[in-house]
Design a protein around this ligand. Structure first.
Ligand code: PMP
Ligand code: GLN
Length: 385
């Protein structure tokens, strides 16, 4: 193909390949144990696969309705009512999306226009800021406080201006594994009171919470909930990241606006998967024990590292564990991650790319959503470094 000879007026001048794509490629080239990109290496439930198959054979293979199939919206409404005691109307307050990434993009596009500001806590999951930029908005970063990655509540009110349209929160948090408490959510509720600020609450790891903590969904705080879009992902919950099925919950006024954009971003998402998940979440047993399931994996990974030179940082949620390697090396996170994958054949994700200024704390993120044998293999390699 001949090269394009014109000038491209790029909308994302500082953006290259995502760190997930880079590390996935390095993992494949080096045939490394892969604890980098976050996805499980164990299978999806047979029952759930059978349900997808069933609906495909039943002929549920054409476009779903724009908001998502009704049985799934109803099942999500029941799940939230049961888990949090809060009611979202299946017709007017729930929308199915092609994963959380699409939900986040459509939500940010709905509310950010030229000159608006969005506040993001960093290190931040990588898809928030580009979506703000693409819509002409300005990102204001608030650093989570190292090493517990808590929000700096004194700083936040000073960052809010008359242009602040969005605050994006994420708990349990990727990449750090930190979790927001009830007090955190109450502070956010107070700070945003009597403003027009919309909150995007990325709760894709809502079930992956440990150590007796409970997930403080934004929906639990009535004043906060009325300005919030809650975002979820079945990829995380049902070990099926490749199915790209997620959802948005929001009061009707926000949802009406969200749907105006969503319909032109994707219109609808995968039909048979939606019907299958609707059946599957009808049984609470299919998601209630995820915290215990993943906590055992986190503990196995940490236990396997107790004689290593890596320091295990607290991880109260998600399926990510941060390891501090400062006792081993002074190299940058990117260089050390490269050394691990090329020399030691184990892949992790550096945290620096999740900071605007590439802050380097000498920590790497390891995904422990893996079979026992993978985790044991990984801890053996890491313990020898
Ligand atoms: N938000 C966070 C915090 C995530 O970690 C991820 C994916 N790991 C997403 C959103 C995107 O979810 P999905 O795969 O459903 O698009
Ligand atoms: N959410 C996944 C992670 O944090 C990555 C998804 C992606 O590759 N964009 O590892």
């Amino acid at each position: 193909m001949e090269a394009f000879k014109g000038t491209i007026h790029t909308k994302l001048p500082e953006t290259g390949s995502s760190i997930f794509a880079i590390m996935s490629q390095l993992t494949a080239e080096n045939n490394a144990v892969n604890l980098s990109q976050g996805f499980p290496d164990f299978p999806v439930s047979e029952e759930l696969i059978e349900r997808v198959h069933h609906y495909m054979k039943e002929g549920m293979n054409q476009y779903a309705p724009m908001p998502g199939v009704k049985p799934l919206r109803e099942a999500i409404s029941h799940m939230f009512n049961d888990k949090y005691g809060v009611t979202y109307d299946a017709d007017t307050e729930i929308n199915i999306t092609a994963g959380a990434t699409q939900a986040l993009y459509a939500a940010i596009s709905t509310f950010i226009k030229e000159g608006d500001e969005a506040i993001i806590f960093e290190p931040a999951y990588d898809c928030y800021a580009p979506a703000v930029t693409l819509n002409g908005g300005l990102v204001k970063y608030s650093r989570l406080q190292f090493p517990d990655f808590s929000i700096n509540w004194d700083e936040l009110p000073r960052m809010i201006t008359h242009r602040t349209r969005l605050i994006i929160i994420n708990s349990p948090q990727n990449p750090t594994g930190s979790v927001l408490s009830r007090e955190d959510m109450e502070r956010l509720e107070r700070i945003t009171r009597d403003t027009d600020i919309i909150v995007l609450s990325d709760e894709v790891y809502e079930h992956l919470i440990f150590d007796g903590l409970t997930h403080q969904s934004a929906c639990l705080f009535p004043e906060l909930a009325q300005r919030t879009l809650v975002i979820g992902s079945f990829g995380k919950t049902f070990h099926a990241t490749g199915w790209k099925t997620g959802f948005v919950l929001a009061p009707e006024k926000l949802m009406t606006e969200f749907r105006k954009v969503h319909q032109f971003v994707v219109f609808a998402s995968n039909t048979p998967v939606q019907y299958a998940i609707a059946d599957f979440i009808g049984n609470k047993e299919n998601y209630l024990h995820l915290g215990t399931f993943y906590q055992a994996k986190r503990d196995l990974f940490a236990e396997g590292l107790k004689d290593s030179r890596f320091k295990v940082l607290p991880a109260h949620g998600t399926y990510f564990q941060l390891l501090d390697y400062s006792a081993i090396s002074n190299e940058t996170e990117m260089d050390f991650a490269r050394l691990l994958v090329e020399k030691h054949k184990i892949a992790a994700i550096p945290i620096a790319p999740f900071y605007q200024n590439h802050d380097d704390h000498k920590v790497l993120r390891f995904c422990f959503a893996k079979k026992e044998e993978t985790l044991i293999k990984a801890t053996k390699i890491l313990s020898g470094i």
